[in-house]
Design a protein around this ligand. Structure first.
Ligand code: FEO
Length: 389
């Protein structure tokens, strides 16, 4: 795709990665992704904000064809999906300076082996005058890494937010045309990489909202020309409020744990609780992460393999611990053959979750009448806790 004008002097240089299906060798990308760079032309100087994944350099390079001179490459975030083409851009424009903060500079030196002399470092709130276009740099740590910053262009009321408010969407749309689809992709994105940082996100929201934002130009996904819905969504996701929902991922080897998971599902639904059920053998972990954004309770179902949790349940517990959802309650259900330590072992895997552990339901072999009564009691306990939310 060619570069596209947003306003006079500001262009979108999008590189859509239509076929990418995994990010960080971990995160599923059902809709691909994009790496957005932006060109800001002042009367005196020209700046490129972020670059692209190095795999997409040829696409970005073609969009820079008519740019004879580049003075600055603003690097808002050191992760290679945005910084990885900086060495190529510097090769094309040897006089350009990489503008970033000291923490990001150090990371770029480590990650890309850039020489120290190419950098121009900026403090939080510092500005760079391009001639009728001013770039103000706002440190916004932990959206996504500690060095991440945003850039505010006051003349056009555009916030270049890098990963903040981003969505993994490969699209030919410059602007959001389907808010519901963008919200779904942005929530998936938030769940997978932003959720551990809810406190910094709230501070960063307050910081950027001190500006009268007209547009948000993230480095993934379409531009928000009417950004209120994504700002409202981030406020909600990063808040402490939880919903009357249970996330119930399970893995079952011979069907017993599956029977228990479905019995608990039925018992919860009968009590008016919404349930997100996932068979871990087939589930998309992005969907699982998304369901954890709002839910009040996590119940993990696992068979026992050699005394401990099934590896798929181990992985899910580890993942939930890493992304730190705001769940308040947790429990464990499952079946075993001759001996089990799944409760202790799973509980030890989720120290980051500040939860009340509700009585687990563990049975030997096939669930019996007594097991189903215990599952009903667990559903009672969950429904009761949820009425206090
Ligand atoms: Fe899109 Fe954290 O990089």
């Amino acid at each position: 795709m060619k570069s596209r004008k947003i306003v006079d002097g500001v262009e979108f240089l999008g590189t859509a990665d239509w076929n990418r299906r995994l990010f960080d060798s971990l995160i599923p990308l059902p809709d691909g992704t994009s790496y957005n760079a932006y060109l800001v032309r002042g009367k005196d100087k020209t700046a490129l904000i972020d670059t692209a994944d190095p795999d997409q350099w040829e696409v970005l390079k073609a969009q820079l064809d008519d740019v004879e001179r580049l003075d600055y490459i603003v690097s808002q975030h050191a992760e290679q999906d945005h910084s990885g083409s900086i060495p190529f851009v510097l090769e094309k424009y040897p006089g350009a300076k990489v503008v970033t903060n000291p923490k990001c500079r150090d990371m770029l030196i480590d990650l890309l082996q850039l020489p120290e002399e190419v950098f121009l470092t900026v403090a939080d709130g510092e500005t760079l005058d391009l001639g009728g276009k001013t770039l103000e740099f706002l440190y916004t740590p932990w959206v996504h890494w500690p060095e991440t910053m945003s850039t505010w262009l006051p003349e056009d009321r555009i916030l270049f937010s890098c990963d903040f408010f981003g969505s993994h969407l490969a699209t030919s749309d410059l602007y959001v045309t389907n808010p519901a689809a963008t919200l779904e992709a942005a929530k998936r994105y938030y769940a997978e990489i932003m959720m551990p940082f809810r406190q910094p996100i709230r501070r960063n929201l307050d910081k950027v909202l001190a500006r009268d934002i007209g547009m948000i130009a993230p480095s993934h996904g379409p531009v928000y020309d009417q950004p209120q819905f994504i700002l409202d969504a981030y406020r909600d996701w990063a808040s402490d409020a939880v919903k009357n929902e249970v996330v119930l991922p399970y893995v079952s080897m011979h069907g017993s744990t599956q029977k228990m998971a479905h019995a608990l599902l039925d018992a919860l639904v009968a009590r008016g609780v919404k349930v997100h059920l996932f068979d871990l053998v087939v589930t998309d972990i992005g969907k699982l992460a998304m369901s954890l954004v709002d839910a009040a309770t996590l119940v993990l179902g696992t068979s026992t393999v050699h005394v401990g949790p099934h590896p798929a349940a181990h992985y899910a517990a580890h993942l939930a611990n890493a992304i730190r959802p705001k769940v308040r309650y947790a429990s464990i259900i499952g079946s075993y053959g001759w001996s089990t330590k799944v409760v202790e072992q799973v509980a030890a895997l989720i120290p980051n979750l500040k939860v009340e552990l509700l009585d687990p339901v563990i049975c030997r072999g096939d669930p019996r009448a007594e097991t189903y009564l215990q599952l009903e009691a667990l559903a009672d306990a969950i429904a009761d806790r949820h009425t206090r939310l």
